[in-house]
Design a protein around this ligand. Sequence first.
Ligand SMILES: Cc1ncc(C[n+]2csc(CCOP(=O)(O)OP(=O)(O)O)c2C)c(N)n1
Length: 658
Amino acid sequence: MRNEALTVRSAYQRMSLIRRFEGRVLELSAEGLAAGSIHPCFGQEAIPVGALAALQPQDRVLATYRGHGWALACGSEPAAVLGEIAQRAGGTNGGRAGSPLLSDPDVGFLGENSIVGAGVPIADGVALAAKSQGTGRVVITSIGDGAMNQGSTSEGMIFAAANNLPVIFLCENNGWSEMTPISRTTRGEDLAVRGTALGIESHVVDGLDPFAVENAVARAAEVCRRGEGPVLLECKTVRLKGHYNKDIEHYRSREDQEAAAAADPIARLRGAALDHGLLEDQDLWDVDAEVAAIVDDATLRVRSMPLPDPATVLDHLYGEAPEPAASPEQVQTLEITYQRAANLALRTELEDRPEVLVYGEDVGFSGGIFGVSRGLQKEFGSERVFDTPISESAILGSAVGAAMEGMRPIVEIMWADFVFVALDQIVNQATNVRYVNRSRLHAPLTIRMQQGVTPGSCAQHSQSIEAFFAHMPGIKVGLPSTPQDAYDMLRAAVADPDPTVLIEARELYQETASVEVGRPRQRAEGARVRRDGEDVAIITWGATLHRALEAAERLQSESVSATVLDLRWLRPLDEESIASVVESCGGRVLVVHEATETSGFGAEVVTRITERHFAELRSPVARLGTPDVRMPSAPNLQQAVLPTPERICSAVRALLNR
Ligand SMILES: Cc1ncc(C[n+]2csc(CCOP(=O)(O)OP(=O)(O)O)c2C)c(N)n1
C-alpha cells in the first residue's frame, strides 16, 4: 500500500476498511469481547490512508492511541489488530498492548502511545537513527490537536528543528481534546503557526481529503529526505463519534455533531466519485462487499483466537545480556579520577561502536558541566556527540526512539533532580518497549545523571532518587561508587540490551584511584564485597559506600569487624551476594543510604532480607538513611541529617547492643 499513488477506488476501499473495522470494534467491545477503553477514528480515515500512500516501505510510523487506522494503513493484518484490541494471543502484541498501545514493527508501525504527546520525542529518535544510519528513512508521527499543548510535543519539535531531523509531525485536528473543544483551551485558528514560530516548515491541510493528505505528506517527505526536516502538517478533520467507546458525548452540542456528520470524508469521497463519473454505484457496492468480507473474516479469526497464556506474563521484560568478552582488549592501568574514568568509558564505546551517540545539555562543545564528555566532540564529531536544547523529554524520548532503531544512545541528564520534568519517557516509554513488543523491539539506551548532597547544594540539586527508578520493571539501575565502576558500569550499561539508568555520584567525580581500562565489558549486574568482616554486614551503594567503609574502619578499633557490601546495581538486585553476607555476618545487617528513608530502596532490601532470611536473623535488619526532610543548603545543616560515618557507627553499635 505504501508508495503507491492513491486512486479514487483504492482511497475509498482503504478508508471504508478502517470505517467498517472501527464499527466492528465497537460491536465487539459492546459484546464484551474487548475489555477497556477504545478510541476509534471515525471521521479521520483519510489521514492515515493519504499519508501511507505517500511514504516508502522503509519509512516509520508512530500514532496516538487513536491509531487503529494507522496500523491498518501500514499494512497490519486486520485480524491481528482486531485480535490485539480484543487482547488475544494472536494480536499484534499478544494481548500486552490492547487498543491504545498496539504496534506492529514488522510493517514499520512502531506503535501507538496512550500518553498524549509522548510519541513526538520518540519519533525524533527514530529520525535521529535514520539520519545517523543514512537510510533516507522518514518518520511520521500523528498527534491530536490537544497534544499540541503538551510539553513533550513542543520539546520534540524544538529538538527535531535543532537537528534537522527527517520527521513529519502530523496533527490530526478534529477540534476535540477528549471532552473539551480545542477552541476553549487554545487561541487562534491554526495550530500550524506553532511550527512556523519554531522555524519548521508548516502547512494546513484538508484532512478530509485523502489526496490532499497524500500530496502534503509526499512534499513533506521530500523536504525531510533532502535533510531539511522536520515538517509540521495540521490536517483539519472531524470526530464523528465519541472520544472513546463508552462516550455518550453529553458535553457536545447536536449542531457540532451534525456539522461533523455533514463533513464525513467517506460520504464526501463517495459523492465526488459518483458526481464526476469516477466510479459507478456498482464499483462502490463491490468495494463495500470486499471490505465487509475482510472485516468479517478478521472477526471470525479473532473469535477463535485463544487468550494469552498466563504462563508467559513475565516473559520479555529483559533481554539476554551479552556474555562478557573472553579475551581482554588492551588493558592499561591508569591513576585517574572517577570523572575521567567515565570519560574514558564514553570514549571507548564511541570508538568501538559506530551506533553510539552521546548527547545532552552542554555535553558536546563544552564537554559537560562536570567534564565527563570533555574532548569527545572534537574526537568523534558533532554528529555523534552533541548539545541539545534544554528539553529533557526530548533528550530521553529521542534516546528511546533511536535505541529502538538500533542505535546505542548515551544521554546525560545534567542533575538527577531535573529528570522529574521528563520521567514519562523513562517510566511509561523506555520500560515498555521490549515487553509490549515481545522483544521484536527493544531500547538499549543509557541514561547518565549524577546526584547527591555536596556542601551548599540546594534541595533541587541534591536528592538521591534511585528508588524511583528501581521501582520500575523494564529498566536497570546502577550507581557506580568507584572510579573503576564509573568505567566498568558505564560500559556494561551500553552493552546491555535494555534501558539503563546510571546514577553517578557528584561528590566522587574528583576521587582518584587505579583504573584498569580496556578490559572486557561486564554484565550490568553484580554486587561487590568491599570489605570483609564477620560481626555485621553493612549493605550500601553509591557515594555512601565510602562513609560505610570509614565507619567499618572506626568500628575495627572497637573490635567490631564489618563486611561492607556495595550493591552497585539495584536492578537487577544481586540477591546471592546479599544472602552470602547475611549468612557470613550471622544475620546482623544494617542497610545504609543517602536517600531519605521513607520508601527509600533500603526498605526494599530490608524487606527482602526479612522475607528470605528470617530464620537466620539475630536481630531485626536495621536501616539508616537521611531522615524525611528537605535537604538544606547550609553545610552544617546537611551534616546534621546525612548518614555520616559517626551515625553509621552508632547504628551498628545499637544493632549489636554495644
Ligand atoms: C499526558 C496525558 N494527559 C492526559 C491524558 C488523558 N487523555 C487521553 S486522550 C486525551 C485528549 C487528547 O486530545 P487530542 O490530542 O486532541 O487527541 P484526540 O483524542 O482528539 O485524538 C486526554 C486528555 C493522557 N492520556 N495523557
